[in-house]
Design a protein. Structure first.
Length: 145
């Protein structure tokens, strides 16, 4: 289970990084509304890991294992993407964090580390919520036939 979750976490992170770089090339990376597609990428990856785990385990699949796989893959993706964003913010485009924070946080935050913290918390929260959501579809049924 862990191996599959780590693999999908890597795929999700690569998808997020590729999407960010594509948006960056188009010059739209400062548009906060385009971050919504990050959620779609994460949702698709978590859905796939739970679906594949259920297919692999068959009748042995249980709620806890599926939930754990979704959270683990989401956390791995979040950590990898946050690391990428840290490199981007501190070494490639240092003005990016200031522009984003000025749009969303105003004068409350001046440290780029706050932006990384927000990315990390959003990613972790998304992983938990999406894992709970998708497990409603994939959980074993106790209904009487």
């Amino acid at each position: 289970m862990e191996k599959k979750a780590l693999k999908y976490g890597g795929y999700i992170a690569l998808g997020l990084i590729a999407y960010f770089l594509t948006v960056r090339l188009l010059g739209l990376h400062e548009n906060p509304w385009l971050r919504l597609l990050n959620g779609v990428i994460v949702a698709f990856g978590i859905y796939k890991v739970i679906k594949d785990l259920k297919a692999a385990q068959g009748v042995k699949f249980n709620y806890f294992e599926g939930f754990k796989a979704g959270i683990l893959s989401g956390f791995v993706a979040t950590l990898a993407f946050t690391l990428f964003m840290a490199i981007y913010i501190f070494h490639i485009d240092t003005a990016f964090a200031e522009k984003i924070m000025a749009m969303g946080l105003g004068s409350y935050a001046t440290e780029p580390g706050i932006l990384l913290f927000i990315i990390l918390i959003e990613g972790f929260a998304s992983a938990v919520v999406l894992s709970l959501l998708f497990m409603q579809k994939f959980k074993p049924s106790w209904n009487i036939s």
